[in-house]
Structures are given as structure tokens and as C-alpha cells.
Design a protein. Structure first.
Length: 209
């Protein structure tokens, strides 16, 4: 009986988070009120506040969940021997995260990319959210750095560039791809994979300006 009760609680929390995410993606953080969230999820204030103290708590929970999924994907890959190549890894993890949120739509379009861009903007004014984001991306960057270092040791990536630089660049590619989807509409992660693969195969002169 206790297990069923916990499943019910988990499902209700999921319902609230998904409803809030749709509201935020549709109207933005500042234009969305808790009343909007209550209407979207069709629950009483007491039912929602049992799980979340307010809008800021909802935002932090959504951000933490997404970062956790991304971090888990990269850390899992970092433990494999040998790790997958960067172009495949970033596209695979990004596809996995997008797939978990594909049911969230606004006007027939995926809501998640736009929500992510709003989160980035919100961190400029919200120090607590910025701390959550910084911690999450720091963990992802560490995992990425381990992956890059493993490739450098295996000779599959040039070793004269600090692995931290490569990790930041690959993360920037994934973040930029999400931003493009928010601005211009959905695109398959395979486009990012193939584009990165082409760039990785480019040959340039060492030390060229």
C-alpha cells in the first residue's frame, strides 16, 4: 500500500512540474503566476504547495532535473572504456534529454528548448538559480573533461589543447544547438553529430592564426 501511495505522490509531482514547464515555456517566467500553474495542472493551491513553495521552487526543480539527466548521460559515458567519440556522445545525450521532454509542447512545438533559453536568461538576475546551474554544468564539464582526456591518452584527439578547453567547446555546441531549436524550430540531433564530425575531421596547420 505504501508503494502505491509513493507512486501516486511521484506522479502528482511529475504532473505539477510538467504543467509548470509548459506555462513557463508559453509565457515566460515573469508573466507566469502560480495561478496559471494551478489552472494548467487543474489542482488546488494546497495540492501544489504541498510539493513546491512557489514559482522559484518550481523553476529550481525543473533546472535541477534537466541538469541531472544531462550529467547522468555524460558520467555514464565517461565510465565506458573507451568512451564514445565526442560527436556521437553529445548528440546521443542531447537526443536522450529531448526525448524525455517531447510530450511538453506549446502550439504543437517542443517546449523544452525555449524553456532552457529562458532558464539561462533568468540566471542573470537570480543568484540562487545561477548557483544551481553553475553546480550542474560544473559536474557536466568535469565528466566531459575526463572523456576528452581519455581520448587524448588514446591518441584519437590531439593532446596539445587542454582537455578543459575541448570540454567547454563541446558543451557550447550543445547549448547553441538548443538555442537554435528555440529560435528556429526543431532539428534532429544527428545534424549536430554530423556537423561536429565534419569539424573534427578538418585539418589545419599547427599554430596557424
Amino acid at each position: 500500500m505504501a508503494r502505491v501511495s509513493q507512486e501516486h505522490l511521484d506522479a502528482r509531482r511529475r504532473q505539477i512540474l510538467d504543467g509548470a514547464a509548459v506555462c513557463f515555456a508559453r509565457n515566460g517566467f515573469h508573466a507566469t503566476s502560480m495561478q496559471d500553474v494551478l489552472k494548467e495542472v487543474d489542482l488546488s493551491a494546497g495540492a501544489v504547495y504541498r510539493y513546491f513553495s512557489g514559482k522559484e521552487a518550481l523553476i529550481a526543480a525543473i533546472v535541477g532535473e534537466v541538469l541531472g539527466q544531462v550529467r547522468e548521460g555524460f558520467e555514464e559515458a565517461a565510465r565506458s572504456t573507451p568512451p564514445p567519440p565526442p560527436d556521437l556522445l553529445v548528440a546521443t545525450v542531447l537526443s536522450r534529454v529531448l526525448a524525455t521532454k517531447e510530450s511538453l509542447t506549446v502550439d504543437g512545438r517542443p517546449a523544452f528548448p525555449g524553456l532552457v533559453v529562458q532558464v539561462w536568461a533568468e540566471t542573470i538576475r537570480n543568484e540562487e538559480l545561477a548557483a544551481v546551474l553553475q553546480e550542474g554544468y560544473g559536474a557536466v564539464r568535469e565528466a566531459w573533461t575526463r572523456i576528452v582526456r581519455a581520448h587524448q591518452d588514446a591518441g584519437t584527439i590531439r593532446s596539445d589543447v587542454p582537455p578543459e578547453y575541448v570540454a567547454r567547446t563541446m558543451m557550447a555546441a550543445a547549448m547553441g544547438f538548443l538555442a537554435q531549436q528555440a529560435l528556429f524550430g526543431p532539428a534532429p540531433a544527428e545534424e549536430l553529430r554530423d556537423g561536429l564530425r565534419a569539424l573534427m575531421s578538418a585539418r589545419g596547420e599547427a599554430g596557424a592564426n
